[in-house]
Write a protein of this length. Structure first.
Length: 54
């Protein structure tokens, strides 16, 4: 990513899953990675991986 977008800044934030969709809706963050189903049809979602429950 750095090669393609050298001026982009990626910062990770760890928050409760319920807080992140609110921040996304407020447009204070650009994307989120959360477990579970799609948030809403208003957002594009992609399945990244599966993790077996222990």
């Amino acid at each position: 990513m750095k090669r393609e977008y050298p001026k982009a800044i990626v910062e990770a934030e760890v928050k409760l899953s319920s807080v992140l969709p609110e921040r996304l809706a407020e447009d204070s963050i650009d994307f989120i990675v959360v477990p579970g189903a799609a948030l809403s049809e208003a957002y594009v979602s992609r399945h990244l991986a599966s993790v077996p429950n222990s």
